[in-house]
Design a protein around this ligand. Sequence first.
Ligand code: NAG
Length: 430
Amino acid sequence: MLWILCLALCSLLTPTRADPGALLRLGMDVLNREVQNAMDESHILEKMAAEAGQNHPGMKPIKGITDLKVKDVLVPVITMNFMPGVGIFQCVSTGMTITGKSFMGGNMEIIVVLNITATNWLLQDEETGLPMFKSEGCEVILVSVKTNLPSNMLPKMVNKFLDSTLHKVLPGLMCPAIDAVLVYVNKKWASLNAPMPVGQMGTVQYVLTSVPTTTPSYIQVDFSPVVQQQKGNTIQLADAGGAEFPEDYAEGSSQLLLSAAFLTAELALLQKSFNVKVKDTMIGELPPQTTVTLAGFIPKVAEAYPKPKPLVTQIRINKPPKVTMKTGKSLLHLHGTLEMFAARRRDKPPVSLFVLETHFNLKIQYSVHEDRLQMTTSLDRLLSMSRKSSSIGPFKEKKLTGFITDFLQEAYIPVINDVLQVGFPLPDLL
Ligand SMILES: *[C@@H]1O[C@H](CO)[C@@H](O)[C@H](O)[C@H]1NC(C)=O
């Protein structure tokens, strides 16, 4: 869920060349939020406090101090940095209060602030082939120590306490906090592999191409997505050139790049749903869809149908839909036939007036909703129209351009947008 937010914020779908597949750049924004989630969900703080309150073998009693207790563990603040080629350097800053009774009978309090640091290697799990973070070299660094002990006994007492106790005990106490975060993040990698449904039409699976790589400002994840029809047929992604991220993005932000080839494969799942038969006579602002209106463009229609008859329009998309992208503009190309019929009385089938071979473009607008990529389209251009057959004799197709353009915009595009509402799943990662 988390990275989706980011995706929306960064308007990541800037169209550029990236074929085939999908690329994800995980920035610190995603990782920081993810770690925050991990902390909330894994109850690290509570665990640290519970662990701290227990007796530990290394926790030697200090001469003159009794009733030693750890309390008030501070909410850890986690900071991370990318280590190119390695993974992430993680630092957990936290603190706690250690209480006890001094030999003079007074209450003793030591407030320690500390950093726990570790290197999280980004590796490949040998069994599953999935990426995984593994922490190494967990260290505890004391940032500050404050106590209410009389100052004359402070250095000796405290140093002894720190040496004998904190340095030995704290790593065992605190380092699991680092691991708890990683367990949570690693689970996310595991859920990547699952095929995700596109309505009833098929599935999309984000298969990793290779182990993600770490750079100074992001982790790059390459996908070779698999698009499958419900029947199990895999739709091949066309291969066309390399990937290119837009240059202008906020530092630390995450980006997702989806190729035109990938979107084309996803839209192939919906091709059949783009075949539409429109029977309504009144559509939006359009003039009535009748032979009378049509006769205004092709006079021959009036000769064949002196009395007005409702029109029925059938659009069949007969080539897989294709997405093209240029900076700032993404288009959906549709090739198919548009057949217009004159309806007859109820018991008789409509009569075909003509069939036009058509090619038109829709402009695509992208948005992200929940964990899905949403598209809405509007008519860009009717590119070509040629007569394949006609029962009313030859006519100039050009005369119909305005009529058909309006029809596509008002009657057909809303149906397409309805079909597109199914949305395409985005990688379930972070
Ligand atoms: C402890 O961690 C904080 C936050 O990363 C950092 O600013 C500080 O310099 C660290 N202190 C020490 C002593 O390492």
